[in-house]
Write a protein that binds this ligand. Sequence first.
Ligand SMILES: Cc1ncc(COP(=O)(O)O)c(C=O)c1O
Length: 347
Amino acid sequence: MKEYHPPLGCRDSLRLDFNENTVACSPAVREVLSRIAAGDLTRYPERAPIEARVAKHLGLAPEQVALTNGVDEAIHVLFEAFLDAADELLLPVPTYTMYEVYASATDAGVVAIQADDDLQFPFERLMTAITPQTKVIAIANPNSPAGSVSSREQILEIAHRAPHAVVLVDEAYFHFLGETVIDLVGVLPNLVVARTFSKAYGLAGLRVGVLAAPVELMRWIRRVLSPYSVNSVALACLPAALDDAAYINWYASEVTAARTEFEAALDEAEVRWWPSAANFVLVDIGRKHAEFVRHMHAAGVLVRDRSSDPGCDGRVRITIGTREQMRHAATALREAISAIHSEGDER
Ligand SMILES: Cc1ncc(COP(=O)(O)O)c(C=O)c1O
């Protein structure tokens, strides 16, 4: 296995590099945090009552829901539970890095399905890549780094075509898209859906994810899942986070408005971008992508170079925050673009 080192460190700038919430969590969560006493930490965390609460929120049975240490742990346990040597993981690429990282901890092979230049979901290609060896198909919806979408019909067709495989739909960015297949959990025997509290909810530091699966699959998943991987502070905060729908709705609509404005700024700067249904946008900077990222950083804006992703040479992903933050980012972008041009490069 290769080691994975996220490019963290020195992040006291406008952080548009990890698709985090760029403001804060709900004030209701802050209130819960302020009431946590040191004595509360002496006990091992008890996840079952909160799992039941999350299940109710999602319209599922408690047995269909497991809380995890972020979606990262959900991916890890799912792959541990279902991937063995000679099995195949189907992965439309480019996509979220950790699928490949956790797959490499198993002995399974990764079959990468490359998207075209438009970075749309490579549905037809994926359908023809399904074989008897396919054991897991991982689909981020919306996908990263471009924010492209797979339709409900496409997911249904894939699940029907691969009844012998687990189809993971990773809805980490659900709140920005507003469409889900979570209602099909338990209806389709092989569909698993993941959600996170790291993005719209603004709780990436607490590390909480949700894995929703039919009871039959969940029995295998729970064998692998560590019983205390979700800590008691995170568990204490979840009900308040879930109950404050107004906060999440406000944040998602602020990001959507900011994204539209920022796309207009990209057009003005003649920078190519890919339509996104998430809180980030992928832009084409060209050969001087690394210099661009450095210029942005110098202007106090962190962005993520995705050039090493398959089919993404020269492309940079920019998280969308509030309109005010994105106006600042757009100014930095214009200056960075003119700086790399005047350093003698054409995109
Ligand atoms: C598609 C996707 N899934 C999962 C995650 C990670 O979520 P978590 O913080 O819950 O581990 C990310 C984070 O960037 C992501 O882009």
